[in-house]
Each structure stands twice: as C-alpha cells, then as structure tokens.
Design a protein. Structure first.
Length: 318
C-alpha cells in the first residue's frame, strides 16, 4: 500500500487528532462503491508479518467480525520499520465493581478515575461529572486538566440510582424506555417523600390506588431523584459545566428535572453509560507497556506502541 500509517501515540491523543475515517464494515458492505477510492481506517492491530521489503498488517476496528488485511511496501511507506515493530493487540484495563475479577485484564482503574478521563476526553470544558449508574451515584469535580479534585458518592443504598428506577418501573408495569417517555408529560405535581426503594415503592402503590396517572407518579419520582442529586452536587461544591454520565442519563425525565434543580444545562454524550469504559480505554491506549504474554510473539520488538493504528490516505483495493 501507499499512503501514511500512524501508530496512536501519546502526542496524537494529546493533540486530539480527528479524521473522517471509514469503518471496516463499510469496506465490505460497500465494496463496489469504495473500490479504487482513497480511505482512512483506524483500528487495533491483530497481527503483523514483516517480510523485510513488504509486510502484512491485520486490523480490526470493532465495527464487524471480519478483519482488514493491509499490504505494506517498504518502497512506498516512509515509516515501514516503525509499523513493522508495532505491538500486537493492546492493553486491557478493567473498571467498575468487578474490575478485580477480570483475570485477563492488564491493569485496573476506579470508576472515578475512568469517568474523569472519559468525560475530559469528550469535553475538556467539563468541571463536574454527575454519574448515576445502576448501583450508585457520584459527583466528581475536575480541574482544567481533567484531574479529579474531589468527589462524593452514595454507594450505601440504591436510592436515586438506576436500580431504584427499575424497581419503580416494575411497580408501574412499564419498561424503562416507556417510563422515560411518560415522565416528560404530566398534569399534577406529586411529591414522593421517601427515596428508600422499599418505602418509595409503597408510596407509588398508594398513589396508583388513589387513581393518579403513571405520568404524574413518574414525574414525582424524577423530581425526588433530581432533588437528591442536586443536593449532593451542592455539598460536593460542583460547578458548571456539568456532564451527566451513567445509564440514567438516557432518562430524559430525570435529566429535565435535574437541569431545573441545578439551573444549568447538562452535557450528555451519545453513549453516557459508556463514559467509564471510554476512560478505561483511554488509559489503556496511553500505557507505555504491553504485557509479556501479549508481546512475546513480536520477535523482541522494543518500545513499540500499544497496537492502535491509524491508516490515512490508503488507496483501497478489494
């Protein structure tokens, strides 16, 4: 191949290089349309074979099960030797409550660290993260460099978490998507006084018996969660801009109620429940080493990068 092949280095990440790349799945589903065109592809290196004057690189970007094999030519590729000594695969960083139970992980990081890294990567302006997940809720304060300056979390009970909403949805005989939708329109302001899952469920049952609508009850639940979360953000000295992460950020009713309590807009990414995973992946990319069990087949390659490759301006031939 001719063109440019870049390993994903710390400099590239810090410079926030962005490209209009083509997913590998598109190369297979639109083969006739893309054949002969110039494309940009990025992905994890699965194998590298160096035949001295030419070589083969197998890459996958996660868009499909099929890999992409690239032929590289020393005569047309200026950094041939650098690419030929790339590591195979990548570091694996585990996070979350079960992070210490992942036997194949090469490192672990706390949720707080990963959410901070992920949120800063998505939007460096963010100063406070409001994370409401399935088991806990937390407020994380960031400085301008994305480092954690403080945090507060509620991990003693399910109050105000995704699990709390799941229990209320079950009581109302709704799925989570329908619950989110119905919480956006209501007629009567109701107050759910208890955030304890058991007592709140009893309140909801009583409100149902009193013929209150699902929408009014859900709005009352959303207000309760918003009030509890906003109070925790105030105690943690949270400041805008705010970013909301975790699965509950997909619930527009909760988001709307929380924005009203905070008096500020919440920044929400396309996949807010994956922000921690994104931060873990960022950490893995930035690591300077690859474990021996991964690197032992690389014929003694030294100081190679962590197996992420950007192939830019690649003339495509399928």
């Amino acid at each position: 191949m001719s063109g440019i092949m870049w390993p994903y280095t710390k400099h590239a990440q810090e410079s926030r290089i962005t490209v209009d790349r083509t997913k590998i799945v598109q190369l297979y589903t639109h083969a006739e349309e893309l054949g002969g065109q110039t494309v940009t592809v990025a992905g994890w290196i699965k194998s590298v074979r160096d035949m001295k004057n030419f070589g083969f690189v197998t890459v996958n970007d996660g868009s499909c099960f099929r890999d992409l094999q690239i032929v590289m030519n020393r005569e047309t590729l200026a950094n041939y030797d650098e690419i030929a000594h790339q590591n195979v695969s990548a570091a694996i960083v585990a996070t979350g409550y079960g992070r210490n139970n992942i036997p194949f992980a090469t490192d672990t990081r706390t949720e707080i660290t990963c959410h901070a890294r992920g949120a800063h990567f998505l939007n460096p302006a963010v100063r406070t993260i409001i994370d409401i997940g399935g088991q806990d809720s937390k407020i994380i304060n960031l400085d301008e460099t994305g480092h954690v300056t403080g945090f507060m979390m509620n991990d003693k009970c399910a109050a105000g978490t995704g699990r709390f909403l799941e229990m209320m949805a079950r009581t109302l005989e709704l799925d989570m998507a329908e619950m989110s939708r119905r919480g956006l329109t209501w007629d009567k302001e109701l107050t759910i006084s208890s955030m304890c899952t058991v007592f709140a469920e009893s309140e909801v049952i009583s409100l149902i018996a009193d013929n209150h609508t699902d929408s009014d009850i859900i709005h009352g639940l959303n207000k309760s969660i918003a009030g509890k979360t906003a109070a925790m953000a105030a105690r943690a000295k949270g400041q805008p801009p705010y970013m909301m992460t975790g699965g509950v950020a997909r619930n527009r009713g909760v988001v709307q109620a929380l924005e009203e309590k905070l008096g500020a807009k919440l920044l929400i990414s396309e996949n807010p429940d994956l922000c921690g995973a994104l931060g873990a992946a960022q950490d893995a990319v930035m690591q300077d080493h690859v474990p021996e069990q991964i690197n032992k087949h690389r014929n003694g390659a030294k100081n190679a990068h962590n197996g992420f490759l950007l192939l830019q301006k690649m003339p495509l031939s399928l």
